[in-house]
Write a protein that binds this ligand. Structure first.
Ligand code: FAQ
Length: 311
């Protein structure tokens, strides 16, 4: 029988094995991966900004060193993910340009402001916690380079989550003002964190296809539920209240019931109209333009080296 690349692809997916860069794949599979991986990479890079604003204002040398390391990890995750996108034929400069001109998305969560140092702790606890719920299953995603990138990224996210929670435990042992700062940050970040998992399943246009191709392993609502179930006991231990009066354990379901976030808000923030969208993109554009001479210098250096090697 002649080799049938499409059947080989379907077979690989059905056997739960990995698609690798040189394998044949449907154009739509490639396009979906480039879309998701680029969005993920952009999120890591834009995600450096909200916490990065606190590096110069961290309350101690220890907190500054920790925050520095965390934000640097995020840069690393972004670069790792751009490399994964390149294995699919995407061009890194083009991806950055599409981010800056609004053609590609990044996570809605990074369009909210960081008002106090407690926000740094809550981002670690909620945002990295949500990232872990979403990304641990992605370690088994069907595209090899993406799955392998996720293994390392998840290890670092888990350190990030703990540093956030430890910061908050420390603040909760402090003064009444510090406890109030933590509660205020929890109130502001809870709903945007639930929105990170994407629209509800009945309004998620990409899910069915991505689940069939085993790019996604669980639905948006399943992962959101997992995050809520994981976070409730952590909130109790910390001594904060999650801002949802309808949040309670449901014995019959074996999960917590909780209210739906404001999906109209998610749509607004994703379409560019969130509290910090313009500021985030302006900053990314400025960094890209100010870095142009570095890229030119690196390219000139590489050309000279190549020429010397040829001599
Ligand atoms: N924000 O049909 P679906 C991090 C878009 S963690 C913005 O459900 P899909 C770590 C979606 O792309 C954050 N856009 O789409 C960190 C789609 O767009 P389209 C990054 C959103 O792909 C922590 C449309 O809406 N993590 O950075 C959002 O099947 C702390 C329809 O949605 C990842 O990217 C949203 N919240 O499922 C860094 C994880 N939700 O078709 C710094 C990988 C949906 O118009 C500090 N990505 N959209 O182009 C995924 O798992 C999936 O892409 C989902 C969305 C689950 C996000």
């Amino acid at each position: 029988r002649p080799y049938d690349p499409e059947a080989a692809f379907e077979n690989t997916i059905a056997r739960d094995q990995r698609i690798e860069p040189r394998d044949w794949m449907p154009d739509a599979y490639r396009a979906t991966l480039v879309r998701q991986i680029a969005q993920h990479a952009h999120s890591e890079i834009i995600g450096m900004q909200p916490e990065g604003e606190w590096i110069t204002r961290a309350p101690s040398l220890r907190r500054k060193a920790i925050l520095f390391a965390k934000v640097q990890d995020e840069a690393g995750h972004g670069l790792y993910l751009y490399s994964a996108a390149e294995t699919l034929g995407a061009d890194r400069t083009e991806l950055t340009e599409r981010l800056i001109d609004g053609g590609q998305k990044y996570s809605s969560i990074f369009n909210y402001p960081t008002r106090t140092f407690a926000d740094v702790g809550v981002i670690g606890w909620f945002v990295d916690g949500a990232a872990i719920c979403n990304q641990v299953p992605l370690c088994r995603t069907s595209y090899g380079p993406y799955g392998r990138a996720m293994v390392r990224v998840c290890k670092e996210e888990s350190f990030h989550q703990r540093q956030g929670y430890e910061l908050l435990l420390t603040m909760m042992r402090g003064t009444d003002e510090q406890r109030a700062m933590v509660q205020d940050a929890v109130d502001r970040w809870w709903w945007p964190s639930l929105m990170m998992f994407g629209p509800p399943d009945d309004d998620s246009p990409n899910s069915a296809r991505s689940m069939a191709w085993r790019i996604k392993r669980h639905s948006n609502d399943q992962l959101r539920q997992r995050f809520v179930d994981m976070t409730v006991p952590q909130a109790e231990k910390l001594g904060v209240t999650l801002p949802d009066p309808d949040l309670r354990w449901n014995d019959g379901r074996g999960h917590h019931d909780f209210s739906a976030p404001d999906w109209e808000e998610l749509k607004r923030v994703v379409s560019g109209d969130g509290p910090c969208n313009a500021e985030r993109i302006a900053r990314r554009r400025a960094a890209h333009e100010e870095g142009a001479w570095v890229r030119r210098a690196a390219a000139a250096h590489a050309d000279k080296r190549k020429a010397r090697l040829r001599e």
